[in-house]
Design a protein around this ligand. Structure first.
Ligand code: PMV
Length: 316
């Protein structure tokens, strides 16, 4: 029997960086998935295969023997074998439907899909239970993860995430569509976050004004999302981009991607830490083709909708 689970990636619509100082962020899942297939074997070993690498480990091998990118999967496999007192081996295969390491939540989606697939070999946990395992798995590589990415990958849809950990689902019928474009520039989230901290320390008054403006922008953006007002949401995204430019997390490439997309899309901005990674541009049927064409000439890009389901599980 194979247990198969998939979980969507995510984008940040509003609030990145400012959330570090107590605000909130709006995240949504996208209809690109990471899929994990697992089955029990009689080898007594855990074999992991993914686009990012391979590993063969034993049930009690220490985590630091496992390559970083595969650690969350190894963690879930070991935990489930122990939990269900199984002496079996296991084969786990990961397939990514979107690029890794560019702020689209690939590691969280992988943790959620791995938790869903591997636990499915033994039992049927609720999504809440699977989310807890996924967050523990993500902690093997990001000790201080907020859990926001794993939450949106598990439940799908749009969520509002507060710094102190509260996560609310936003009920909206809005069928938002985006064009995601990949700058292919690598970035380090922690470095960018530190740079923003320095900006805040050197410009306390400006930064505190920006935090207040961001908060009120998010309030208005939520109203626009609930009313399915694409122009309104797009305008707020472009305004959010201005704030991100002001705190220094954009760069020439990202600026030019945003300005290219803004000619046709309702709005465009960086998603996530910045300094590289991806931009998102809000579109609908009327301007999706022209926006993909404009960005696609120079950047890898794809159109996506919100995934409202989140984690999916099946057995074969
Ligand atoms: O680049 P991502 O998707 O991991 O997003 C980082 C979001 C920040 O606000 C910049 C950092 C954080 O911990 O909230």
């Amino acid at each position: 029997m194979k247990s198969i689970a998939s979980a969507p990636g995510k984008i940040i619509l509003f609030g990145e960086h400012f959330i570090v100082y107590g605000g909130r962020a709006i995240l949504c899942s996208i209809d690109r998935h990471i899929t994990v297939e697992s089955e029990l074997t009689d080898t007594g070993k855990i074999e992991i295969r993914s686009d990012l690498g391979q590993a063969t480990i034993l049930r009690d091998d220490p985590m630091d023997r496992v390559d970083q990118v595969l650690r969350p999967i190894a963690f879930v496999a070991q935990r489930m074998l122990r939990e269900f007192n199984s002496g079996s081996g296991m084969r786990v295969v990961v397939t990514a439907g979107f690029p890794a390491g560019v702020g689209l939540g690939s590691s969280s989606a992988c943790c959620v899909a791995a938790a869903g697939s591997i636990s499915g070999l033994f039992t049927q946990y609720t999504k809440e239970e699977i989310l807890k395992i996924a967050i523990d798995a993500e902690r093997t590589i990001f000790e201080n993860t907020s859990g926001a990415d794993c939450s949106v990958c598990t439940f799908g849809g749009i969520i509002e995430y507060h710094r102190h950990g509260e996560i609310n689902r936003i009920d909206a019928d809005a069928m938002l569509q985006f064009v995601v474009a990949n700058s292919k520039m690598t970035h380090s989230t922690s470095e960018v976050v530190s740079r923003v901290r320095r900006y805040k320390e050197n410009n306390p008054a400006i930064f505190s004004l920006l935090c207040r403006q961001e908060e009120s922008l998010i309030e208005d953006a939520l109203d626009a999302i609930r009313q399915n007002d694409l122009r309104g949401v797009g305008q707020k995204m472009s305004q959010n981009q201005k704030f991100l430019e002001q705190i220094g997390v954009s760069n020439e490439t990202l600026d030019s991607m945003v300005s290219l997309a803004s000619r046709t899309a309702y709005g465009s901005k960086i998603t996530g830490a910045g300094d590289g990674g991806c931009t998102i541009s809000l579109v609908d049927e009327a301007n999706i083709g022209s926006t993909v064409m404009a960005l696609g000439a120079n950047y890898e890009c794809f159109a996506t909708k919100i995934d409202t389901v989140g984690l999916r599980q099946k057995k074969e």
